[in-house]
Design a protein around this ligand. Sequence first.
Ligand code: GAL
Length: 345
Amino acid sequence: MLKRARFCQSLALALLSTSLWADDDFFQPGEVWRDVEGNPIQAHGGGILSHSNVFYWHGEDRTPGGTGVVSCYSSTNLYHWKREGAALSRENLPRHNGRRTFVERPKVIFNPQTKKFVMWTHLEAGRYTYARAGIATSDTPAGPFTFLHAIRPITKDFNFEADAATQQKEFGGTFRDMNLFVDDDGRAYAFYSSEDNWTMYIVRLNSEFTGPEEPAIEGKTWSRNFVRQMREAPAPYKHNGRYYVITSGCTGWKPNEAGYGVADNILGPWQSNANPCIGPNAKTTFDSQSTFVLPVPGKADQFIYMGDRWKPDNLSDSRYVWLPLTMKSDGSPVIEWKDRWTLSQ
Ligand code: GAL
């Protein structure tokens, strides 16, 4: 009898430990993803900062009525995330024409010289005509971040239309969908859809990472890429010494077909390539839009494609689509759908 009770006890313990630890270490793209407290993760259009062996996920907090606009979550295994709180709060954001601005697609990098964490966002007002980079800094990865300034990094006038709502003639190319990338030599770059989303700018940042390197010289410190191709949602990464960027087309919240660019130099020239997604629903990037590509620690050819499945009528319920991105031996990326997957697959 005692033996049987012991057996049942150890069986129960074994079951408990598998369900608590091993069995829930997986990604389930498109499903509600809860933090360790059981609340749905609010980190849309986000990116991952890896710092001191901890992953920090910053993203848009779309909680209705919420006071935090950028959230921060932390994890050591990428499956289970703890909410660290609001990294940037609404009251910190500047006003434009009397109205509070809002942020999209926040990304955070660390500057080893200043020891500051630097956040870049797409800062907007009204009907997406403000189109500035909103930059904030903090001493800690989770914040709170302090808003620094709103800028158009490149002010050059490419014969822009006069009197347009976006004011490109006066202030330079618009700044919308964006990302940051820190190269192996420690220099950082902003990738963003500019010229009203027609052309993508890649701009080297100053030594503090708080603005463009100055003086800005086209072809030397910044470049125009995918000219008139209308690419959005840039997610850059590096593999075997070459630069890659996954992008989406430009159809608002509606998903479309991804594409990718590849270059030997980060400022280009960039070659445009077709969709890296294969299989059913590849044409809509599996109903998602790129936001970040994360190298899988310890695996040279494996990355995580991070995308958003937007729900425009209820943005806070937008889902995360994280999928394996594999680099083939010919140097091209492949993204395939998985209902459920783990990093050890
Ligand atoms: C998308 C963009 C999103 C958001 C949306 C608004 O194209 O990627 O970040 O700005 O448009 O319609």
